[in-house]
Design a protein around this ligand. Structure first.
Ligand SMILES: [Zn+2]
Length: 356
């Protein structure tokens, strides 16, 4: 009897430990963030430099900041902050912030001051306080641009740095009424940029840091990308405002930067939709017609084929294909090199799996 009690106590204890470690590993998954400023950035000094884990890069406003301007770092969801440190000014000390408050918010709407800037720095112990957003708020008009080097947040869960800093600037001169919607799209793409670049990383590749997003009246398609420009149709997105994932697809094209000729369009589009429908918004692609699907059906059909290959053969297959396409080394035999089967054999196998 005693033994039974002991065993069940032990198993309870073990179950408790297991449950705890599951809860902890869930708790530790890092989240994403968005950075916003009331003023435009100075050329090349983009907002995401404030949270890229690098104290040598910095953000600066284009013009001197006023007491009406502010800079905000907003997390995907509230985190418990242990300590918060903000470094301002250029790396050599110019434009260090003096006349400003460091503020935090639990809901992203009402802010409270938790510190002032001294010699360009503000550091606060917050002892696990719940924080959704951090704001840097000048208390008077400044005679210099608002210049921020780094915000250092020690929190639970951790917030992921912008490993591939980028900034989208929008042009809505054709449809000023779409400003708010387009800004929202820009923030989504900025937030997904780390994920897209991690999925499509290749040695020595440096993605664009500045991307222009223009909404156009005289464009009848949906959206397209060219270099580091993305164009969206005013007409299409006015009637399909929920289709923001289309811009994640276009952002993938900007990251692909396939400058060589001869890459098959079905694969280029398939990779863009693979990132969109299997990484950004899984489950939104809808069901495929198993009778008509072919590996080279492009867009979401090829995306599903690539997902099948990455689950069954190689979790890095898309990254490897991307590298070949980017470096002008892609040939159809790539599939055989990576999976030991021809693309036709893989196609038959995949289609059979769709019918199950
Ligand atoms: Zn495309």
């Amino acid at each position: 009897m005693v033994l039974v009690i002991r065993i069940s106590f032990l198993s309870l204890l073990l179950a408790g430990v297991a449950a705890n470690s599951v809860a902890q590993s869930k708790k530790l998954a890092p989240i994403t963030a968005v950075v916003e400023c009331t003023q435009a950035s100075a050329k090349g000094q983009i907002r995401q430099f404030v949270f890229d884990g690098n104290k040598e890069t910095y953000f600066a406003t284009e013009k001197n900041a006023s007491a009406k301007d502010n800079f905000t770092l907003t997390f995907e969801k509230p985190v418990k902050v242990k300590t918060l440190e903000v470094l301002t000014g250029k790396p050599k000390g110019e434009d260090a912030l003096k006349e400003a408050n460091l503020e935090i918010s639990e809901d992203g709407k009402t802010f409270q001051t938790v510190g002032k800037f001294q010699e360009g720095q503000a550091t606060r112990k917050l002892d696990g306080k719940t924080v959704l957003a951090i704001r840097i708020q000048p208390t008077e008009d400044l005679k210099y641009p608002l210049t921020i080097r780094e915000i250092v947040v020690d929190s639970e869960p951790a917030v992921r740095h912008f490993k591939y800093p980028v900034e989208f600037t929008i042009d809505v001169s054709d449809a000023p009424e779409m400003k708010e919607w387009t800004e929202k799209v820009a923030r989504i793409c900025e937030r997904q940029y780390t994920m897209i670049n991690e999925e499509l990383k290749s040695e020595g590749f440096k993605p664009a840091r500045s991307i222009r997003l223009t909404m156009k009246n005289d464009y009848d398609g949906v959206a397209y990308a060219s270099g580091s420009r993305i164009v969206g149709s005013v007409k299409f997105f006015k009637s399909h405002p929920e289709d923001m994932g289309a811009f994640v697809h276009e952002t993938v094209h900007v990251v692909q930067q396939y400058r060589t000729r001869g890459n098959p369009g079905w694969l280029v589009e398939g990779i863009a939709d693979y990132i969109r429908f299997f990484k950004y918004e899984p489950g939104k692609a809808g069901r495929l017609n198993a009778e008509r699907a072919r590996y080279n059906g492009s867009y979401r059909t090829t995306a599903a084929f690539l997902n099948y290959l990455s689950e069954k053969y190689d979790p890095l297959i898309v990254q490897k294909l991307n590298k070949m396409l980017r470096e002008g080394e892609y040939k159809e035999e790539a599939f055989q090199v990576l999976t030991k089967k021809t693309v036709q054999e893989l196609d038959e196998e995949w289609r059979a799996s769709l019918k199950k």
